[in-house]
Design a protein around this ligand. Structure first.
Ligand SMILES: [Mg+2]
Length: 407
C-alpha cells in the first residue's frame, strides 16, 4: 500500500467561552488542522494537529515530497523520514509526525479491520476516565455568558460539569491570578467537593518558593498531583523535596532525553503523555513502558483536541497498563466537534474507547467545511496573548498577574 496524497484543512471550532491561562488564552475557539492521508487502495486516514491558534496547512503540504509512495505500515521508517533527530536540528517536525502517525494507524486499522488499540497491544480498559478541566474564563463577546472569575463561579461551574458528565477529579488551570487568589479558589473547590480529587496546574508560572508555599498550603487536601507549579527539572526537584504531593508535568518531560534526565535525578513523579507533543501514540506507549519500568505514574495530557485527537488519546489510554490517573481533555469546553453525530459523550466521567476499525471515528465532511469556512472568516489567534490585557507580556516566573476584580 502506498500513500498517494496528503491534504490538510484548518478548521476553527467555537468554545463555550475564552479560556484564560498563564501565558495567554484560547480566544473563544480552537484552531486545529485536520489531515487526510489517501492511499492507492482508496483508504483514507485522518490525523489532527493544533494548539497554538494557527494553521498548519502549509507545513503538512510541504511534507508531500517525503510521504508520496510511503507504505503507511512502515511506521518506524516514517519516524526517521519526518523527524530524524539530526534533521530535527533544522526542522522540528515532531508534532507534524504525530498527526501523520495518527492517520497511518487509522489506515492500517481500516485495512486490517481492527481498531487501533489492537495494533498497539490490545485494550486493558473499555473506557478512559477523565478529569474536569476548569479554566478561568471570560465571555467570548463583551456582556456574554460563561465567565468564571470568582471562587463561587468556579464551584458552580464545577458542580454543573460534575452533574452533566460525572467527573470525580477536577483540574484547575491557574497561573493567571496571584497565587493567593488561586489558592482561595482551589480551597473553595476542595471544600465543595471533599470526596473528589483535585489537581492544580499553573503552567510553571510560579517561582520555586511560591510553588513550595502553595504546595504546603494544599498538602492536607485530596490532591491528585501538583502539575508544573514551577519551571524546569531543577525547580520541580526543589518543590518535590519540600512538598508532600506527587509532582506531574507535561512541560519539562516531553521527550525521551528529558525522561532519561528525570529518571537519573528524579524531579517529576507523574508524566503526562501527550500524543502530539511526543510525536504520536506509539512514542507515548514507549514512554509509558519506560515509566512502568521505573514505576513513575502516567496520565493522558490534553493539548486541546477535536474528536480525531481525542480518539488517539482514548486508544493510548486503553492500552497502557500503568495509567495511574484520570486523563485531561479540553473537550467538554467545545460547543461542537467534526465527527458524525457530534461530540463523544462522557458517562460517569469516562469516555468509551472507539470500537470501529482504525481510530474508530467518522469524520463529518460538512462540519469540516463549515468550520474551515469559519476559520477563513476569523483566522488564527495568538495563544500567547491575553485579549483582555493587550499590552501584557507573560514572563516566567510570572509576577504580572491578572486582576480578579476586573470582569
Ligand atoms: Mg499542564
Amino acid at each position: 500500500m502506498k500513500i498517494v496524497d496528503i491534504r490538510a484543512t484548518t478548521v476553527t471550532v467555537p468554545l463555550e467561552a475564552t479560556l484564560r491561562h498563564a501565558v495567554g488564552a484560547h480566544w473563544g475557539r480552537f484552531v486545529r488542522t485536520i489531515i487526510e492521508i489517501e492511499t492507492d487502495e482508496g483508504i483514507i486516514g485522518f490525523g489532527e494537529m493544533g494548539g497554538g491558534g494557527e494553521s498548519a496547512e502549509l507545513a503538512f503540504t510541504g511534507l508531500k515530497r517525503y510521504l508520496i509512495g510511503h507504505d503507511p505500515f512502515n511506521l518506524e521508517e516514517l519516524r526517521f523520514k519526518i523527524c530524524n533527530p539530526t534533521a530535527s536540528l533544522y526542522n522540528n517536525r515532531t508534532q507534524l509526525h504525530a498527526a501523520i502517525e495518527f492517520a497511518c494507524l487509522d489506515i492500517i486499522g481500516q485495512k486490517l479491520g481492527e481498531p487501533v488499540y489492537n495494533l498497539l497491544g490490545g485494550k486493558l480498559r473499555d473506557e478512559v476516565p477523565f478529569a474536569s478541566y476548569l479554566f478561568f474564563r471570560s465571555p467570548n463577546k463583551p456582556g456574554g455568558s460563561g465567565e468564571i472569575r470568582t471562587p463561587e463561579q468556579l464551584v458552580q461551574h464545577c458542580a454543573q460539569l460534575k452533574r452533566e458528565h460525572g467527573f470525580t477529579v477536577h483540574k484547575l488551570k491557574g497561573g493567571l491570578y496571584h497565587p493567593d487568589y488561586e489558592l482561595e479558589c482551589y480551597q473553595a473547590l476542595a471544600a465543595a467537593f471533599p470526596n473528589d480529587k483535585l489537581r492544580y496546574d499553573p503552567n510553571a508560572a510560579l517561582n520555586v518558593e511560591e510553588a513550595i508555599r502553595f504546595g504546603q498550603a494544599i498538602e492536607h487536601l485530596n490532591n491528585d498531583y501538583f502539575e508544573d507549579p514551577t519551571w524546569g527539572l531543577n525547580g520541580m526537584r526543589r518543590v518535590r523535596s519540600m512538598v508532600r504531593i506527587p509532582t506531574a508535568t507535561n512541560m519539562v518531560v516531553v521527550n525521551f532525553e528529558q525522561l532519561a534526565a528525570n529518571i537519573l535525578d528524579l524531579a517529576v513523579d507523574v508524566i503526562l503523555l501527550d500524543t502530539t507533543f511526543w510525536g504520536g501514540i506509539r512514542p507515548c506507549i514507549k514512554a509509558a513502558g519506560v515509566c512502568e519500568t521505573f514505576q513513575l505514574g502516567i496520565a493522558v495530557h490534553s493539548s486541546g483536541e477535536l474528536g480525531i485527537q481525542l480518539a488517539t488519546m482514548l486508544h493510548m489510554g486503553a492500552v497502557v497498563p500503568n495509567l495511574s490517573h484520570a486523563a485531561d481533555a479540553h473537550y467538554h469546553q467545545l460547543t461542537d466537534d467534526i465527527l458524525v453525530g457530534g461530540k463523544m459523550k462522557y458517562v460517569n466521567g469516562a469516555i468509551k474507547v472507539p470500537e470501529g476499525p482504525g481510530l474508530g471515528i467518522k469524520v463529518d465532511r460538512d462540519k469540516i467545511r463549515q468550520y474551515a469556512e469559519l476559520y477563513q472568516e476569523l483566522g488564527g489567534y495568538m495563544y500567547d496573548k491575553d485579549p483582555l490585557r493587550p499590552e501584557w507580556v507573560p514572563i516566567m516566573p510570572n509576577d504580572r498577574w491578572a486582576d480578579p476584580t476586573q470582569s
